[in-house]
Write a protein that binds this ligand. Sequence first.
Ligand SMILES: Cc1cc2nc3c(=O)[nH]c(=O)nc-3n(C[C@H](O)[C@H](O)[C@H](O)COP(=O)(O)OP(=O)(O)OC[C@H]3O[C@@H](n4cnc5c(N)ncnc54)[C@H](O)[C@@H]3O)c2cc1C
Length: 602
Amino acid sequence: MEATEKDILRGGQFLVKETNCEDVFTPEDFSEEQTMMKESVMEFNDREIIPHKTRFEAKDYALTEDVMRKAGDMGFLSVSVPEAYGGMGMGFVSTVLTCDYISSGTGSFSTAFGAHTGIGTLPITLYGTEEQKQKYVPKLATGEWFGSYCLTEPGAGSDANSGKTTAELSADGKSYKINGQKMWISNAGFCSLMIVFARIEDDKNITGFIVEYDKNKPNGIVLGEEEHKLGIRASSTRQVFYNDTVVPVENMLAGRGEGFKIAMNALNVGRIKLAAACLDSQRRILSTAVNYANERKQFKTRISDFGAIKTKLAEMAASAYAGESATYRAAKNIEDRIALREAAGNSHQEAELKGVEEYAIECSILKVAVSEDVQNAADEGIQIFGGMGFSEETPMESAWRDARIARIYEGTNEINRMLTVGMLVKKAMKGHVDLLGPAQKVQEELMGIPSFDTPDYSELFSEEKEMIKKLKKTFLMVAGGAVQKYGPKLEDHQQLLIAAADILIEIYMAESAILRTEKNVKRTSEKEQSAQIAMAKLYLYHAVDIVEEKGKESIISFAEGDEQRMLLMGLKRFTKYVNYPDIVDLRIEIAEKVKAENKYCF
Ligand SMILES: Cc1cc2nc3c(=O)[nH]c(=O)nc-3n(C[C@H](O)[C@H](O)[C@H](O)COP(=O)(O)OP(=O)(O)OC[C@H]3O[C@@H](n4cnc5c(N)ncnc54)[C@H](O)[C@@H]3O)c2cc1C
């Protein structure tokens, strides 16, 4: 059934509106076409990437380029490219699932793939003129050319708009001359096209350019040596120097001074794709770990039979499950919004741009949560392997090193945490999300007398859903209190912003896991979904703890006296279970399922 404006929540509205489980998309909803795509990508990963892990770890950059070309032959580089430019023109969910299932073999390929299909191609499909798209996109879609994205400079990282690279218009007005230095450029070693950001005169904002690169006719472009990195070792990462590099005026992207906007919007898409690219790594880490734990014996016992190991397996499974639930929920929201905008007469380009921008909050939430979950999974994976986990001969070591970068690029997790709350406040000010009304209601509730009735929580997830509502109230109470106290100066209180972001992140992730499970229970049974129910409950239990901790530190920092006491009482009320889940039992149930299947099986 077609989604309508009414059905689809706007970005950030999940916080103030209740979502029905029927309205979320889950991995179990993949269409036949999506399932076929997933299988084809998995088969490619199994054939072309995983068996060559050692070569990737030995910095075989040529292999990365070769596999990228093969991915181009299979059409995987063109999933999201419109058919008019030689692509498959598939929907956003298919784009996300391709990033997901192609990424687990090695972070090296996953980075090359993400940099090319995301930030290396998207600025042209989203902002290019018809001529630019006709000229460049078909080459990028097939893998004839590879793209890179040159934003970061030695002095301009998180503060991306502060770059010093310049673009100077020639006397005849036909070209720009680019001078400057970029660093940490993924795919630099084998790309033929660079999206370069530079400043014209003393403009406030940078401007984007499409710059062709041919190593036989370098046009003033000099590449630095390959960087020696902790992980993603066969992903090409170099500095790029521009010395009077001539770029025709028609290669400017969008308008003068539009570069920062382009950079940020390309990153919004990049963030959800990066989250997806961490999902299959989590699945694979867990599957490898449980395989080992089922084999390895100590004290005449399989280590998977020890409670200590079961805890790890269960926690790893619950995080991966929540990550999948939230990523595909947001991906479908984006796909639906793009379709709505197209139906309303927007061009595909405009619809895609606005569709993704709408869910920028969710994209940042996912980037932070899933990049941290994959790191934890890899860390526990090493622990399950014991000494062998520390050896290069087993896969956990490289998985751990590769996972580390995801917390740094596409905007560091600190920047993304602050963005989530900043964007939400902006949306509220624009009237796109009503935070004020619900925040006032929470204030009134805090002043009122709490109900002492014992609620009936016999129905599945009734207490958990009530808990999610209470966590949302906590966010409104904490963030609302902080806004009242500091107003526009809130952005100077980063510790508060980060605590509020953590609350927001936990709400979205936990709610997504619960809604997915509830939907699947309705179409199967509680019995069939019992491990999934356990994972959703386990995830929520931890979420409540985090919300309580972050809420407490925030309240203590911005409120005093009676106000502090009232808010802390509210926090206690909003984070209290009536029936605490027995998380020891939940973990056993999840771990036994994973052990029996000998893999991540959800
Ligand atoms: C392997 C790799 C590949 C990369 N690929 C690309 C690429 O293809 N193209 C590209 O353009 N860039 C790329 N990057 C660059 C990457 O995006 C940046 O490293 C990242 O944005 C952080 O910038 P920085 O390294 O300068 O760190 P900084 O910005 O100096 O940050 C250092 C620390 O300070 C914190 N910090 C910074 N500002 C603030 C603030 N306002 N408030 C609070 N904390 C703050 C950060 O969160 C971080 O913890 C890549 C980097 C790596 C390592």
